[in-house]
Design a protein around this ligand. Structure first.
Ligand code: SF4
Ligand code: SF4
Length: 362
């Protein structure tokens, strides 16, 4: 039963207490209060670690982008179903051929809009549009602090200069900006510079070393990207903390129940499929064919039925392995399998640390 578990929104410390109460209510009633519309897989950058981006000629092989008319029909029904927070992302969402129309109408519908963008196209008419219909926040992906790093990570010339201009334009319009960065080998030397950039501009900055292989057609070669030492260190510390604090994982608890979107959130991907996570290639619940409400109902049924792969049920590390079903799937290639190499590493770490309960032993 879903309600045996603490809704993840209780751990969202950044959420205003009033909104937290709203999220709790939504959780209780399974109201889709928070959505993400992934408008397009197009992008003017070609980042090495991107799991969404497709070149224009690859798109028809995977699906068809929704039109403005289709997005706005879905948005209208989502609003009726209770969606209040809406994140607009991509690829680079501004590159959807009908972005201005979609943005203007979504804004007029009264959603709390967040725009996730690489910021390089925020100038001219797009800046005017955002000035007229401002989002609550623009989350900018920052992948370096100079043009050379951008060329190496995103495969474009003058990338940082363009992103920096876009960020300054947003700030001059009084639109709140925050930064998110994926740290890979090609930009790890620039971490301090990125942190300083955020500090100097007084912007919130969230870095991550998580890089996921694409199940959806992006050609990410994760092995050449990952900052392995950082990930290994983090994993080891997390297992040690769990043993020390007896903060064990409940293997009976279902996969989706750990996700902040469980019973309250969804993604609609660029091809019209509704999923609980954008990393996955399942389930295929098409909002192009179904009403939003019907798609949401089917997504809830799918989430309740989803189980951990069989190997997890027998695993010696099942109580300390804090896992995410989507991450496992991106590593193993399927939502039904575990990545053996990763699992052996977790079990070895657990075996090495399980007798050590005092902090100074760990
Ligand atoms: S800017 Fe974002 S969407 Fe574009 S390629 Fe890079 S990670 Fe992908
Ligand atoms: S180590 Fe692998 S098999 Fe074991 S619980 Fe974690 S993900 Fe499952």
């Amino acid at each position: 039963m879903h309600n045996e578990f603490e809704p993840a929104c209780r751990r969202m410390e950044w959420l205003d207490p009033f909104y937290k109460a709203v999220w709790e209510k939504a959780f209780e009633k399974a109201i889709p209060i928070s959505g993400t519309f992934e408008l397009t897989p197009r992008c003017n950058f070609n980042c090495r670690m991107c799991y969404v981006h497709l070149k224009n000629d690859e798109i028809p092989h995977y699906g068809r982008e929704l039109t403005a008319k289709e997005w706005l029909r879905i948005a209208e029904e989502a609003k009726q179903a209770g969606t209040t927070w809406l994140c607009i992302t991509g690829g680079e969402p501004i590159l959807h051929p009908e972005f201005p129309e979609i943005w203007e109408k979504l804004s007029q519908m009264g959603f709390f809009l967040t725009l996730q963008s690489n910021a390089s196209l925020i100038s001219g008419k797009i800046a005017d549009l955002l000035e007229k219909y401002p989002p609550r926040r623009v989350k900018v992906t920052l992948y370096g602090a100079d043009d050379d790093i951008y060329e190496s990570v995103c495969g474009v010339k003058n990338g940082f200069s363009r992103v920096n201009d876009g960020i300054h334009t947003l700030m001059s319009l009084g639109i709140p900006v925050s930064l998110v960065s994926t740290i890979i080998r090609q930009n790890q030397e620039a971490v301090q510079k990125m942190a300083y950039y955020a500090y100097r501009h007084r912007l919130q900055w969230v870095p991550t070393t998580r890089v996921r292989a694409s199940l959806r057609g992006g050609d990410t070669d994760v092995t050449g990207l990952r900052v392995n030492e950082m990930q290994e260190k983090h994993r080891c510390k997390e297992i040690q903390r769990r043993i020390r604090e007896k903060d064990f994982f409940d293997p009976k608890r279902k996969p989706c129940t750990y996700c902040k979107d469980y019973r309250v959130g969804y993604w609609v991907l660029w091809d019209g499929n509704m999923r609980f996570c954008s990393f996955l290639d399942k389930p295929d619940i098409s909002v192009r064919e179904l009403s939003f409400q019907e798609a949401w109902k089917q997504l809830l049924v799918y989430e309740e039925a989803l189980e951990w792969p069989d190997q997890c049920k027998e695993c010696s590390a099942k109580n300390v392995c804090f896992k995410c079903i989507a991450t496992l799937a991106t590593e193993s290639g399927s939502i039904d399998r575990v990545p053996e190499k990763h699992c052996n590493a977790i079990r070895n770490l657990y075996e090495k640390n399980k007798g050590k309960v005092n902090e100074d032993e760990l």
